[in-house]
Design a protein around this ligand. Structure first.
Ligand SMILES: NC(=O)c1ccc[n+]([C@@H]2O[C@H](COP(=O)([O-])OP(=O)(O)OC[C@H]3O[C@@H](n4cnc5c(N)ncnc54)[C@H](OP(=O)(O)O)[C@@H]3O)[C@@H](O)[C@H]2O)c1
Length: 327
């Protein structure tokens, strides 16, 4: 398995991680626990050492799942989890008060069946709590041996700098794929300057880029994608242009859309570690195949040029969620 380092921190992980959210949360009902345990253990056997979860996935269910599944090889894997929502519930709004972080971590440690969290992200910047207080709390938790590395998710440029000045940030986790490239503009130069790694979430565009979703796809009523403007049926129809672009490249190379989407993501910077999510072993294997696919400079500029001619339909979040992203 290829490995990558997240920025200057020295934290080494498999070049592709596994996003675990969809196993319990977000994309329809939670999947069968035993099946997911077996999937997580297969992922480890295939060389994945980087597992992504959050307190609010479930809430709690996803951390419990990882705690049980990864226990046999806990010291061989890097577990990343996140805090920052009131009572750990993303529906209840933000809460990064130091007293909540301290409560939150105790719950996460217990559910994850561990005494240290390898990478602890603030899930969203909380406008009511100075980021210095958040970074200071994590600094203390690192000194106490409860956290190894500090991360931020969807943080904006100023927050990253201010946090990093108090406690070095190991990784930023934000959305990044061919149909959401905003981090390239302002964020990538800062990450490069400060030596912070980047962990793209939704690198497959929440499944859309894989060509397995079109305007006729019906999501479960509890699926979060029903609320995303970009996934409205009309928008999906327009946005198929991206899928077709990837599909053409994939067909020419005898690979799949997902593999092109991930190889594109990996090719952008050596300090990028995408965390595609899946609940299916055959897709996990397919996604790992992206590591063997090297896109040339000519391939990348062909993709860039074709993508620049496509207008994306629909914002990536509804307004109330857009407001708390990228702050
Ligand atoms: N920090 C944050 O705010 C934040 C936000 C969102 C996500 N995340 C993290 O990032 C991880 C990944 O993001 P994501 O799950 O939103 O999106 P993603 O990885 O872009 O896509 C996941 C979706 O694609 C499908 N899929 C995966 N591989 C496929 C393949 N080869 N062919 C066809 N379909 C495929 C999955 O369905 P199946 O399960 O049916 O395969 C799932 O519906 C999450 O699990 C979570 O850990 C973080």
């Amino acid at each position: 398995m290829q490995k990558r380092k997240l920025g200057n921190s020295g934290l080494e992980v498999s070049a592709l991680g596994l996003g675990c959210m969809g196993m319990s949360f977000g994309y329809g009902p939670a999947h069968d626990k035993n099946e997911m345990i077996s999937l997580l253990r297969s992922a480890y056997e295939k060389g994945i050492t980087f597992f992504d979860t959050a307190e609010c996935y479930g809430p709690h269910l996803n951390e419990e799942l990882l705690g049980e599944a990864l226990a046999p090889f806990r010291d061989k894997v890097v577990i990343a989890t996140k805090f920052g929502f009131l009572e750990g519930d993303s529906k209840k709004g933000l809460d990064s008060r130091p007293e909540w972080i301290r409560k939150s971590i105790e719950g996460s440690l217990k559910r994850l069946n561990t005494d240290v969290i390898d990478l602890y992200y603030q899930h969203r910047v909380d406008p009511n709590v100075p980021i210095e207080d958040v970074a200071g709390t994590i600094k203390d938790l690192i000194q106490e041996g409860k956290v190894k590395h500090f991360g931020l998710s969807e943080a904006g440029a100023e927050s990253i700098r201010r946090a990093h000045a108090v406690q070095p940030v190991t990784a930023l986790q934000s959305e990044y794929s061919l149909w959401w490239r905003t981090p390239e503009e302002e964020i990538f130069p800062i990450l490069e300057e400060l030596g912070i790694g980047f962990v793209p979430f939704s690198p497959l565009g929440r499944g859309f880029l894989t060509a397995k979703i079109d305007e006729n796809t019906q999501f479960d009523s509890s699926d979060f994608r029903n609320s995303l403007p970009r996934f409205a049926p009309e928008a999906r129809k327009t946005n198929q242009a991206f899928v077709e672009l990837l599909g053409k490249m994939a067909a020419d190379r005898g690979v799949t859309n997902a593999q092109i989407a991930l190889a594109w993501n990996l090719a952008q910077k050596p300090w990028i570690v995408p965390i595609p999510g899946t609940t299916k072993l055959h897709r996990l294997e397919e996604n790992l195949g992206a590591l063997d696919l090297k896109l040339s400079a000519a391939d990348l500029s062909e993709i860039n040029e074709a993508a620049s001619k496509i207008t994306i339909e629909g914002s990536r979040y509804p307004e109330h969620l857009q407001k708390i992203a990228g702050k």
